[in-house]
Design a protein around this ligand. Sequence first.
Ligand code: NAG
Ligand code: NAG
Ligand code: NAG
Ligand code: NAG
Length: 248
Amino acid sequence: MTTHYFQSPPTFKFLLPLLILQCITTTTLAQAPAPAPAGPTNITKILEKAGQFTTLIRLFGNTQVGNQINTQLNNSNQGMTVFAPTDNAFSGLKPGTLNSLSDQQKVELLQFHVVPNFLSTAQFQTISNPLRTQAGDSASNKFPLNITTSGNQVNVTTGVVDATVANTIYTDGTLAVYQVDKVLLPMSLFGSQSPAPAPEPVKKKKSGADDDTPSTDDGSAVASGGVKFGGHSHGLIMGCVLIVMFCL
Ligand SMILES: *[C@@H]1O[C@H](CO)[C@@H](O)[C@H](O)[C@H]1NC(C)=O
Ligand SMILES: *[C@@H]1O[C@H](CO)[C@@H](O)[C@H](O)[C@H]1NC(C)=O
Ligand SMILES: *[C@@H]1O[C@H](CO)[C@@H](O)[C@H](O)[C@H]1NC(C)=O
Ligand SMILES: *[C@@H]1O[C@H](CO)[C@@H](O)[C@H](O)[C@H]1NC(C)=O
């Protein structure tokens, strides 16, 4: 193919844009397979790679619960399970919900999303309720978390909200991260004090779910693209650069 271009220089100049386009397309495709994360398991890295979890990442950072998860994963053999609400789930909260919480309550809210043992999707079918979370006491007015299933559908119920497990983001036999469509609000923080805390999903939500946070999606896409660049892609980019240089 290249030889042909060299034989007819005028055509080559014409075809150069096409050639570059081809290079870009190939490079983009080469990024697709994500390499396994190296080193100790890092919940932040996993969520960054998955995209659409910027709020959860920020809260894990502010409350140090993210570090607790990493440390505990490294030091225990029970494994862990994390229920990860999407950015959309956080946008669905009543305005001011997070700001109404003290720092300690924020820690509890985040810990409520973490179960201190590994749960596969198969285990959801036979699990005994209520689950004990990192937030502690699972008594009915404290931090109860129940799993209900129907066929392959898995719901997480807190007594305040009923969330659906939408997706398995990550599982390695030690850590499981499941995407949930609502923030899991515990009874002890949201059970009685707010008269109607359950945020009713907007009608549009189903179809336009991902369109609510376009800037976030763009940001994550760029970030993960950068991370995923491997040696193969670099080779292709160098190839493109060389072709352009040769032509000029
Ligand atoms: C985990 O990943 C985040 C983001 O990639 C990074 O900032 C942080 O330093 C990592 N933590 C550890 C303990 O490696
Ligand atoms: C993980 O645990 C090992 C031994 O239990 C320890 O030496 C190491 O520093 C720990 N790494 C992290 C990132 O906590
Ligand atoms: C899960 O929650 C959805 C929406 O709240 C509900 O329609 C469905 O019946 C629930 N399924 C189970 C198994 O609880
Ligand atoms: C959770 O399950 C326990 C045991 O089945 C039940 O007593 C409790 O009412 C359930 N709580 C919620 C919020 O569904």
